[in-house]
Every structure is written in C-alpha cells, then in structure tokens.
Write a protein that binds this ligand. Sequence first.
Ligand code: MG
Length: 451
Amino acid sequence: MKQIPRRSLLHLLGGAGALTVLTPRALAGEQAAAQAVRAMPSPKIKDISVIETAPGGVRLTVVKITTDQAGLYGYGCATFTQRADLVKPAVERYLKPLLLGKPTDRIEDTWQSAYFSSYWKNGPVLNNAISGIDQALWDIKGRQAGMPVYQLLGGKCREGVDCYGHASGSEIQQVVDSAKNYISQGFRHVRVQVGVPGMEGYGAGGQGTAPMTGLVPGPVFEPAYYMRRALKLFEECRKQLPLEIELLHDVHERVSPNQGVQFCKDAEQFKLFFVEDPLSPEDIAYFRQIRQQCATPIAMGELFNSPHEWQGLIADRLIDYIRIHVSQAGGLTPCRKVAAFAEQFGVKTAWHGPGDVSPVGHMANVTLGVACYNFGINEYSPFNARAQEIFKGCPVMKNGYLYPNDAPGWGIEVDEKAAAAAPFGTETGARGQLNGGWGILRRLDGTVIKQ
Ligand SMILES: [Mg+2]
C-alpha cells in the first residue's frame, strides 16, 4: 500500500496551522481511504499514428495512440479494407487535431466528441477511424490497470469463445471434406459455402476453369442457381456429418427479398445454426415475413453503420444474432451497448470476424465474447505466420475455442517494422487494380448485383 507522507497528512488534517496527532488506528483509516480513492494520473494523448499492413494480402489498418506517460500506448482496429486509404486521413487530419492533449481515460466522452465532430455521421470510413481511437483507449486503460480489457467489462462469464470455421469448395464433396477437417480439429460449428460451376460464388472460390459468360464480360452470379446448390449442400452435409455439428451459412445478401424468404423456409428442415444476411440492409422489412413463415435462426447486420439500425430488428425479435463488424460500428464502446440491449430481447452476438479484421479487432471480438452473457458464436479466421509476427499475442485457437490473451489491454504488441515489411498493394488481380476494392458482379443478363 502506498504510504501517505506523514507531513502531508498532518498538513491535510491540520487546518489553519493547528496540528492534529492521529492515533495509529485513525492513521490506518486515513491511509486505507486514500488507497481506496487513489486516482492514477490521467495520461494525455501525445500522438496518434496509423499503422497499415497487409500480412495476408488483405489491407489492415490499426491506430496507435501514444500517451505522455513513458511506455504507455494502445492499439485499435480501424480496418476498412475496401477503402483503406480513406481511413488514414480521417484519423490523421481530423481526429488527431481534435484529440491531441486530451485525457485518455475518458473513453465515452472521447467517443461522443469524435462522433459529433464531423456533424455528418455513421459512415464506414468515419466509424472505422473512431473505432481505431476507441479501441486504442480501451487498450491503454487496460494497460494502466494491469488488466485485460475483459476484466474492465466485468470479467469472464465463459472460458473461451466457441467458433465456427469456413468450409468451402467449388464442389459439394469438397465442402463436406473441408467441414470434416474442421471437425477433426475440434470445431463444433462450421460455415458451409459451395460454388456454382462457372459462377463467382460467395465464400467458395472463383468461377473455376470454365467461367460462364454473360452478356457483359466479367464474373457472373445467378441467385436461383446458387440457392438450389446451397440447399443440396445442406442435404449432403446432414447425410455425411455428425448430427451434433452445427451448420452455418452466409447468403451474403445476394438474393431478392422473396428469394431470401423462400431460402430460409427451404433451409428450415436442415436445422441450421443460422442463416446469415438472407436480406440486405435495404430490405429489412422482409425479416418479418421470414419470422412468420419459419424458425430458421437469422444473423444480420455486418453492413449496418449505426447501432440504431439494429434497434428495430432486435426489439421486434426479428433476428437471432447481431452480426456486427465492431470497427465498422465505431468500436468497442457502441458495440458493448448493442450487446447489452440485445441481451434484453434474447438476441445473441456473432461479431463479424473475417480475414479483413486485424488481430486487434479479433481480440475485441473475443473480449466481448467472454464478457457478454448473450454471446452466440464467434467467426474464426486463422492468423497466418506473418500476421502473428506483426501482431504478437493474437487470440489462441484450441479445439474450436478462441481464447483471449490475458496480458493487460488487448495483450497485443505490434511490430511496426514487420508491419512495414508487409505493405498495402500486394493484392493480385482485380483487387490489385482497384487499390484493394472489390470489383463488379453481374447476372447473366448484365445486371449489376450485390457483392
Ligand atoms: Mg457475411
């Protein structure tokens, strides 16, 4: 226990010069009180920088906040891989001048300040920029306290977060075999995605060796072809995989609203863990129809920008899992609120965790996963060797569970030299030409459709 200098104590208690001699018991009481209300000196934001790296050919953005206290800093995920070059100036040219010199310990105040400062709010670039700041401040607070962030949220209510792996392939049997491989590693949940011959399927590779040609050159996708094939895949999975294995599937908003309703109805017999994004954000009014017609669990929301966009779907109990991309929604601060709100309605979490989330962002997902009672499932994307070299302290996978690092803050240290050695711009093909952006997808007749 830190001792209060006796002279200070006498001065403190002495009023206008009249010295008071404390009994040992009173002295101990005063010291205990001082200990209980001790305040750590508030660090100030000394610098804000942006680390950009692409260890797996996917552009990751991480914000680093340095404080005026020696050795105290933090990292936050700000990854918006399809428009990565825009996040950096949003941080450096707008949030940095706003926040330099401000205390790091007022996370809520900082979040609201940053959110309101642009006046026009709730876009993916600005939200990711805010997330970088927000998560870095949580990291700093954890480091200050000597605790992992999950302790700041109330501590663990489970030991690890149950994950699903991505089983995929251009042929149905390839997907089933890929799922078996995950199961052999201990996974209890597997997302299954299959390609359609000649088409650009989601989560299941490209067009193969014989691409279909539409009326416009380039990749094609037909929703009805895809739906029939996906249902066939579920049927085969149920034949070949143990009944205990939970199956997940991502429609990725690529079908019309009515097709989305039909797909969920048709999939009901296979008792999936969830169907993700059967509808796009523009069509959320159709969720009520899905609910009225089947019991297939629904996950939704990776494209939402504002926590308010989940409000109606949660309050009306139209979805089962909130599929939030934490940095896209503005970081840990808004997401823990959405999670708490969802808990009141029996809706669970399924944070978006693909390869275009940095390991810092994945740690935020896992942190929320162990700390929020209404955790549902965690998406797993392995960290390759290069990513682990850059981000030391990634969440650890064991038997299908991810475990957070127990070191203070996020428990992750970024090797900035190694990060610089894996720069942006290493993508091949269309993404390379489009500066990391995604290309154009069309139906056979040439109509552009959602990616
Ligand atoms: Mg998705």
